[in-house]
Design a protein around this ligand. Structure first.
Ligand code: IMP
Ligand code: MG
Length: 187
């Protein structure tokens, strides 16, 4: 019988668990309930921001009750470090024509706000009927650019977190919890 799915070496880099699998599920359900109420009877295009939001998006859309179409975008403002470079490029664009549609951007975490602010403006300029954002986590202390985020799971302090899709240098995404990365693991 397989009792461990993630190597001990990965868990040992975690200083503390911030949100367990159960707590993440609770936050996701709360966000979904609000979206279901706000968009009852409407169709939405869920734009999943690669790569960090895949797990959150997969869980969130399964709790949505309206018609949901999926699309994907990848934008980055980070290299392999833990501080925002302030440079954003759209690496992968979506395929959908969003003119007149309700768009829901699904993001893992909002930090400086640069990525989401640019994306929101871009999708609005493409003629979407509405553009809203669902982010599992937000670090308000780190905000550089103000952006309205309609659905936030939880606000967290200025700590670098990994797991449940969030990475450091492409690692730790497969953890099923969100944990604080030990500074030794990235310094
Ligand atoms: P922003 O443009 O500075 O808001 O950057 C947001 C992006 O930075 C997120 O989508 C993540 O990819 C990344 N990011 C910010 N904080 C963290 C963190 O604590 N852990 C992992 N990735 C993070
Ligand atoms: Mg990301």
């Amino acid at each position: 019988m397989i009792t461990k799915t993630v190597s001990d070496s990965m868990h040992k880099d975690i200083e503390a668990i911030m949100f367990t699998k159960q707590e993440i599920s609770q936050l996701t359900n709360e966000i979904a309930a609000r979206i279901n109420k706000d968009f009852e009877g409407e169709e939405i295009i869920a734009v999943i921001i690669l790569k960090g939001s895949i797990m959150f998006a997969a869980d969130l859309i399964r709790c949505l009750t309206m018609n949901v179409k999926l699309d994907f975008m990848q934008a980055s403002s980070y290299g392999s470090g833990t501080a925002s470079s302030g440079v954003i490029n759209i690496k992968k664009d979506m395929d959908s024509d969003i003119k007149g549609k309700n768009v829901l951007i699904i993001e893992d975490i909002i930090d400086s706000g640069r990525t989401l602010s640019l994306l929101k403006q871009e999708l609005q300029s493409r003629g979407a009927k509405t553009v809203s954002i669902a982010a599992l986590l937000s670090k308000p202390e780190r905000r550089v650019v103000e952006v309205e985020v309609e659905y936030i799971g939880a606000e967290i302090p200025d700590k670098f977190v990994v797991g449940y899709g969030l990475d450091f240098d492409e690692k730790y995404r497969q953890l099923d919890y969100v944990g604080i990365l030990k500074p030794e693991a990235y310094m």
